[in-house]
Design a protein around this ligand. Structure first.
Ligand code: GDP
Ligand code: IMO
Ligand code: MG
Length: 425
């Protein structure tokens, strides 16, 4: 199974970074294929904690080729800062390849993200304000600037001459300051100079690796419910984090994607606005938030917390395909009252799908099955058999209600707090 997608299956922050890092120890290549520095992936090993936003979670192993593929939107300054940070943390030797076709987050994208959110007022999305939406908007409007443009003065000048009058009009319409072409040209070229050695056609690189039968991990950012196509629109991000988008976003043929590992928390969290049927606005929610340290890596906002919702997981499974599940943060549920949502009630009818409209989704009432809790500390458990019976029953219920096999269980943030049931690489 040499090419595996790690896909967030809820509203993001499922622990994708931890599992990518764990599996990366056996991989040859790790690819980020969408999103940008709206992502925050936390990795813990050897008593060190790393927070990655743009860099793939294979960056800690010298032998791994780490790829930022063409479907990403890259804030070059943020990338350079992140590289500086990991160097200061002692990670000085790594392989990084940046797609020449990836789009660049420009300073005006940040301004526009903030301005549109303010104008939306109570209807705001609750974005990370990293310019993600405006950058993808420009990509699809064909007003984007790509990494390759930063490497050649004439190319960047031509792009800015075409685009900037339009962007400045937009900025002025929000009462924001327009940008000077020379300023952006010099800024862009200085970024280009700093990343030039890492830039390549990553589609060619990946296709070569596939020919060699290399083990490739595709590290999703965000999660299925934040997918622009299949999520809780408009409370979503502006890309598709699903395995289905790996091919187009990486420049490889779809037949090369072998298997999908759906990463999910043992409960549910969400950052930002939007419907969340199993949300717990009570002391149990607060207890989970504190035990799970559920505060955003990027914006430090407290995450909204709720019971496990398997309608969400089954939705993710249907729209993209999930072959195996990784259950994360199981340790957090120790000693707590346990319920799993298996369906919703909508206007008196039982449904097992996510309604398309927000109004309907806001009306659904979760239907729960209750399960007995366990009180034993599971954070040191390394094999499935040693888990308490009630814990196993919780996991079995997930398998039964999703018809999916659990291949990995995480019982703590660190590499060693991982139970492997089936080896996927
Ligand atoms: P990602 O965005 O999907 O990579 O997830 P984040 O890193 O944003 O959030 C997951 C959080 O849970 C991080 O703080 C991880 O260190 C932490 N974490 C991951 N797995 C476990 C686990 O099994 N138990 C506990 N207690 N924390 C975990
Ligand atoms: P990782 O990879 C959780 C959310 C934001 C907001 C919505 C749109 O760490 O799982 P955006 O800035 O993308 O336009 O914001 O999406 N969001 C995330 N939530 N984890 C993430 O990434 C997220 N990336 C974006 O909070 O609700
Ligand atoms: Mg995160």
């Amino acid at each position: 199974m040499p090419r595996l997608v790690l896909q967030g299956s809820q509203w993001g922050d499922e622990g994708k970074g931890k599992i990518t890092d764990y599996l990366a120890q056996k991989a040859d290549v790790v690819v980020r294929f969408q999103g940008g520095n709206n992502a925050g992936h936390t990795i813990v090993f050897d008593n060190h904690k790393y927070a990655l936003k743009l860099l793939p979670s294979g960056i800690f192993s010298k032998h791994i080729k780490n790829v930022l593929a063409q479907g990403m939107v890259i804030n070059v300054e943020a990338l350079l800062n992140e590289i500086q940070t990991i160097k200061e943390q002692g990670i000085t030797s790594f392989q990084l390849y940046i797609s020449s076709r990836a789009h660049v987050i420009m300073p005006y994208h940040l301004d526009l993200d903030g301005a549109s959110e303010s104008l939306l007022g109570d209807n705001k999305i609750g974005t990370t304000k990293k310019g993600i939406g405006p950058c993808y908007t420009d990509k699809y409007a064909r007003f984007g600037i790509r990494i390759a443009d930063l490497l050649e003065k004439d190319a960047l000048k031509a792009r800015l001459e075409a685009i900037l009058p339009i962007k400045n009009k937009e900025l002025e319409s929000y009462g924001l300051k327009p940008y000077d072409l020379e300023y952006l040209l010099n800024l862009g070229l200085s970024w280009g100079d700093k990343i030039r050695d890492h830039v390549t056609d990553t589609s060619i690189l990946l296709t070569e690796e596939i020919k060699k039968d290399s083990k490739i991990l595709f590290e999703g950012a965000q999660g299925a419910m934040l997918c622009i196509e299949n999520g809780t629109y408009p409370y979503v991000t502006s890309s598709s984090p699903l395995a289905a988008s790996v091919s187009i976003n990486s420049g490889i043929a779809p037949k090369y994607v072998d298997k999908v590992l759906g990463i999910m928390k043992a409960y549910t969290t969400r950052v930002g606005e939007g419907p969340f049927p199993t949300e717990l606005n009570n002391s149990l929610g607060d207890a989970i938030r504190e035990k799970g340290h559920e505060y955003g890596t990027v914006t430090h906002r407290p995450r909204r917390v709720g019971y496990l919702d398997l309608v969400v997981i089954n939705h993710a499974k249907r729209v993209s395909g999930i072959d195996y599940l990784a259950i994360m943060l199981l340790d957090v549920l120790t000693g707590l009252d346990l319920k799993i949502c298996y369906a919703y009630e909508l206007d008196g009818k039982v449904i097992d799908y996510i309604p398309a409209t927000l109004t309907e989704y806001q009306r659904v009432k979760p239907l729960y099955v209750s399960l007995p809790s366990w009180n034993e500390d599971i954070s040191k458990v390394t094999c499935y058999q040693d888990l308490p019976d009630n814990c196993k029953a919780y996991l079995k219920k997930i398998e039964e209600l999703t018809s999916l096999k659990i291949s990995m269980i995480s019982v703590g943030p660190s590499r060693e707090n991982t139970i492997v049931i089936e080896d996927l690489l």
